[in-house]
Design a protein around this ligand. Structure first.
Ligand code: UDP
Length: 236
């Protein structure tokens, strides 16, 4: 597959055209950003780790009936993906309170939520990705219909139930995560972007050690070691 012109560069990935109009190449970067890119860094090999981790998780989800944009792995850092129109919403799914939820609402860090919480954030760096409700989404045409919002929430919960159980068998708590969806040429809503320690929180089931991007956010060190540990457990 020939890599064409770069279409887009995000914080964690670059997207390139290919000679097929329906396909793109996604290239995972080593860059790390936090707090809406106010904190920046880089870890050599992080892109390759996220590519491997996300590929494994997308394949697991596909096996469980979730449609994704992933077609193939092309190299250490590159995937071939279906071209989709990204829905400008971050679907955040939470099992345990931490991060912005604890900060905003004062819910104690580490508290297990009585049920899985799904939140929607508007993907807009200039506005700092604000939390939005259904009416905001419809007023701003972020989705076409109310049904789309139900589908996004349903998919978020389905993905959570598959991944939560999977990580439980690997001695990890899936605390929370963010997913993004796109619309393919047939009008289907499919999982896009990535699922990796950049976009999830994983705590060791026994020690509660953080094994995700919080190590970078909070300056805890051993960022790459943590990502390697996640890949090791996924493959174990
Ligand atoms: N998240 C993400 N990208 C974002 C914001 C959040 O991948 O732009 C993920 C984050 O890694 C965590 C979950 O979504 O797994 C919930 O994040 P939270 O709202 O607590 O935000 P934070 O504490 O990172 O500001």
């Amino acid at each position: 597959m020939k890599k064409g012109q770069m279409l887009y560069e995000g914080k964690g990935k670059r997207l390139y055209k290919t000679d097929n109009d329906d396909l793109l190449i996604a290239e995972f970067k080593d860059d790390l950003t936090a707090f809406n890119a106010q904190k920046k860094g880089s870890e050599e090999g992080k892109g390759a780790l996220n590519n491997k981790i996300s590929t494994q998780l997308f394949r697991l989800l596909e096996q469980n009936g979730i449609k994704t944009h992933l077609i193939d792995v092309l190299s250490d850092t590159q995937q071939l993906v279906k071209k989709v129109q990204i829905i400008p919403l971050e679907v955040v799914v939470r099992n345990i309170a931490t991060g912005s939820l604890s900060k905003r609402l004062g819910i104690t860090e580490g508290e297990i939520l009585p049920f899985t919480l799904v939140e929607l954030y508007y993907k807009n760096d200039d506005l700092g990705d604000p939390l939005v409700n259904d009416e905001h989404c419809l007023i701003m045409n972020l989705v076409k219909t109310e049904k789309d919002l139900q589908v996004l929430r349903h998919l978020g919960r389905e993905i959570n139930s598959i991944l939560f159980k999977f990580f439980e068998t690997k001695g990890l708590k899936l605390v929370d995560f963010k997913v993004e969806f796109g619309i393919d040429r047939d009008g289907n809503i499919v999982l896009a972007d990535e699922i990796s320690p950049d976009s999830c929180r994983f705590w060791d089931a026994k020690t509660n050690e953080k094994l995700d991007k919080d190590r970078f956010r909070q300056g805890l060190g051993n960022v790459k070691v943590a990502y390697e540990e996640i890949l090791r457990r996924i493959l174990s």
